[in-house]
Design a protein around this ligand. Sequence first.
Ligand SMILES: [Zn+2]
Ligand SMILES: [Zn+2]
Length: 266
Amino acid sequence: MAEYLASIFGTEKDKVNCSFFFKIGACRHGNRCSRIHNKPTFSQTILLQNLYQNPRNAAHSLEGNSTGKPTMTEEEDQKHFDDFFEDVFVELEDKYGEIEEMNICDNLGDHLVGNVYVKFRREEDADKAVRDLNNRWFAGRPIYAELSPVTDFREACCRQYEMGECTRSGFCNFMHLKPISRDLRRQLFGRRRGTARSYRSRSRSRSRERERGRDRDRRSRSRDHGSRSRDRRSRSREKRSSSRTRRSRSRERRSRSRDRRERKHR
Ligand SMILES: [Zn+2]
Ligand SMILES: [Zn+2]
């Protein structure tokens, strides 16, 4: 019997545990689900609920947008997404530890829209990240972070969507992941096999990009991390033991973003 229960755990046959929560880390019934949502006490994966705010979704719901035309081009949309992805990825990896995988949902249902799943290499790092991030704000909203049962994203993803055949579109209950551009993928994950050299070239291209986009207020708006983080940031600056060049480069980056924040408050 125990063996049978173990074999159906988290599947559709399991009448006790919710298979959606088990596989996807989110279920449309939320707390009212008739089956149990088993929240893990240890996991490599964390979920940041509804963190990515796609400006396209906001444009759709805006009243008075009667033209029916999308307010952003495909390229602008991808750029906005890539910038968000890179910011979150780099900051979380710098602060908490190596990331194996990061995925963001393009679904529209409330329980999945903008969900960011980050799978760390070490469970300790995921634990630290959840505890810390729940005290923080992003883009003017509090962050909701939790350890997630998702370990295998292939199981969580909608196969029809990957074939371009999902008929439920945004309201599907399996993950529809929004891909990052190939260039960004190469920057963030290409260094896995590589050395410090590739890391360095990554930050160089980041700062170049930043120069260019510095004055766009869309960017500064999305980077409102709240004032609490400044303290922590300076503390972690002392702790940082990596190479001097890298340290000073990121300090530069940080003071630039501080400038931006101050400009905004004026
Ligand atoms: Zn459920
Ligand atoms: Zn689907």
